[in-house]
Design a protein. Structure first.
Length: 337
């Protein structure tokens, strides 16, 4: 008998050629953690049949699964999260060695909002004892956070169709080379929405940041001859950002913007190692551009005696800037493995 070992767990990802495909296989290994949860519901119906405690009669009326991908956010694997949670983008070639991936958050009916716009994923996950497979995986929500002196962390919840056990891993996949995104290599820019995003650098102020997105992709169950969801559709999303500010003059200015309900354009940019050759970008890069307003400022608090304040920002469509949110990643991958 094989006994499962934690250090022998593995998550392998495959990009589906069409949503819910049954023949797609894994093509890469997730450089992080996560386990598949089987969400099938077993029902034991109530009945008056003269038996104490009831019988073993049962049925499963709903099946499905989910997986939470956790770990360091990396320049190489974050595109999987955005492709499966916003829409699949076609990367463009930089004038140097970089490849640029851009996702602009949907805000109009003409934006990419059909399920065919999404890159759904299949997963093989388990340990040395058992492998389970989940298909038609899409990102329902994700959280990207960072603190000074740490790597940024990703936690993404992906929902999928019925989990199948007793499977085997796609063999001989190479462990990909990735680079963690370091929070302290980041920079903060804040401007009014009337200005171009990324114009004014705010130095020595951002201590931590926590971006959360409910993507708006939702599973829909119908009577369609199957126990898991029939299809997915796009409803409204929710994008929020909590920033911990050093309690300085910049933080005071942002608190005034909150009190005055002034629209802001916020850019967070994080750079990594140098690309082989520089073009429009010199380094591997993650850019988060958000337009909207502060929803609240928490009461003053401290970190080891240093006063800080947490600002809560809600991204929403700005008619002035004609934008809501945009995410950009630059790495050296011509294609995602």
């Amino acid at each position: 008998m094989t006994n499962g070992i934690k250090s022998l767990r593995k998550i392998q990802i495959g990009q589906e050629a069409s949503a819910g495909g049954t023949t797609d296989i894994a093509s890469t290994i997730w450089r992080g953690m996560g386990v598949i949860t089987d969400n099938r519901e077993t029902t034991f119906p109530e009945e008056d049949i003269g038996i104490l405690g009831g019988t073993t009669r049962s049925y499963v009326a709903m099946a499905g699964g989910e997986i939470s991908l956790e770990g360091d956010a990396t320049f190489e694997q974050m595109p999987y999260i955005f492709n499966a949670g916003v829409y699949k983008t076609a990367q463009t070639t930089d004038s140097g060695s970089g490849y640029i991936y851009i996702w602009t958050a949907q805000n109009a009916s003409t934006d990419p909002i059909e399920s065919t716009d999404l890159q759904t994923l299949m997963f093989e996950a388990g340990d040395n004892n058992e492998v389970e497979i989940m298909r038609y995986g899409f990102v329902r929500e994700f959280n990207l956070s960072g603190n000074a002196a740490e790597a940024m962390a990703i936690n993404a919840t992906l929902q999928g169709r019925e989990v199948v056990g007793g499977q085997t891993y796609t063999a001989s996949l190479a462990i990909p080379t990735v680079e963690s995104i370091l929070f302290t290599k980041g920079k903060l820019y804040i401007n009014p929405s009337t200005d171009s995003v990324g114009t004014t650098l705010v130095s020595n102020t951002m201590i931590a940041a926590d971006l959360s997105m409910v993507t708006g992709w939702q599973a829909v169950m119908t009577a369609d001859g199957r126990l898991d969801f029939s299809f997915i559709k796009r409803i409204s999303d929710e994008i929020t950002l909590a920033i911990t500010y050093e309690h300085n003059g910049s933080a005071t200015a942002e608190k005034a913007a909150w009190r005055n309900q002034t629209e802001r354009a916020i850019r967070l940019i994080f750079e990594g190692s140098a690309l082989t050759s520089a073009g429009a970008y010199t380094y591997k890069t993650l850019i988060i551009d958000l337009w909207g307003k502060y929803s609240s400022f928490d009461a003053l608090t401290d970190q080891d005696g240093n006063d800080v304040v947490v600002a809560n920002f809600r991204a929403a469509y700005s008619s002035t800037a004609a934008n809501k949110a945009r995410f950009t990643i630059v790495n050296d991958l011509a294609t995602l493995p």
